[in-house]
Ligand binder design. Sequence first.
Ligand code: GLU
Length: 200
Amino acid sequence: MCGIMGYIGSEEAYPRIIEGLHRLEYRGYASAGVALLTENQELNVYKCKGKVSDLEAFARQKDCSGSIAIGHTRWATHGAPNDVNAHPHYSGSKNLAMVHNGIIENYASMKIELQKRGHVFLSDTDTEVLVHLIEEIQKQEKVSLSKAVRLALKQVVGAYAIIVLSKDNPNQLVVAKKGSPLVIGIGVNEFLVASDATPM
Ligand code: GLU
């Protein structure tokens, strides 16, 4: 049972995500990661095997600016607990990054279909398949991010709580859940989203 966390607001997102991930540590995990939309409009993913403190050490010299970010502590179900399989996962173009709690049961057939369309996967996770599918639908159907997420999830069998961050939508986090917990916190000029209320 992993932890997911998202922040969008007027403050720096990275310290809030890290604090939230620390509060979610009790749920158990083997790797941690963050995706940040920086002040330079770059969508950066930092992730590694180990503890949230290892992630903090890894990200220390990197650009952690920006007021929108997502984070994850992973309880591996598909793929070994290593750096590559850690979340967040990028879409093929690296325009999207996603964190996921749960299991996509039919990921293998979706992966084969996407590979036939030229998608290349870096990890062994079910999660990476879903974020590629969302991007493929965006491309094919020319729909908004939230619509593409909705259409992709119609194809999914399984349980999930997801947060999607997009380079092209700097003021939006798209979230969805089915069978996995997800809490939304509404603050003053800020929103938080997490697997449970402890980060709030
Ligand atoms: N099934 C995903 C994975 O193995 C998510 C696991 C989780 O909930 O942490 O990466």
